[in-house]
Design a protein around this ligand. Sequence first.
Ligand code: ZN
Ligand code: ZN
Length: 174
Amino acid sequence: MIIDLSQIQDKPKTYHLHLAEDWWVSDVPHDQVQGLNGPVVATLTIERIGKRFMVRGNIVTVLMLQCDRCLGLYEKELKGKFQLFLEPVVESIEAEEDVQLGEEEMGIDLLPGHEVNLESIIKEQIYLSLPMKTLCKHDCMGLCPICGTDLNKQICTCHVRRGHPAFQVLKNLL
Ligand SMILES: [Zn+2]
Ligand SMILES: [Zn+2]
């Protein structure tokens, strides 16, 4: 949904989005977000504050995430609120660069014009909601680095046969 911010004058405007499960398409390989397990229901309110626009919103969906350790998929419910500022930049390129440096630190997204894609904002907020490490459970055992067995499901014999590296050194000494 593309919004023309110049249409928002004195009164804030509210947009309701309902995006189907297949809306999510990963832009990056090995994306932590592998898809959705339910629609995205989002509400965004945009309010003009001088030359800027304040966007407040909430997002509810169920994400299908990939575990960093075992690479398995797991569900994570997302119920999040966010707030950000948008600023359309219409000055010359030189001036734009000056503005960008100072203002980026303040959490203001600069737009090259008055158009903003609400779906891109939602996507960005979904990425921002992710933890540093996505784990299917806090004690996920991960994959065996030798044979690739999912150690949550099965114990492989690699460590038995090869022995712990420390014991290996001992054995060599003996
Ligand atoms: Zn895992
Ligand atoms: Zn193994």
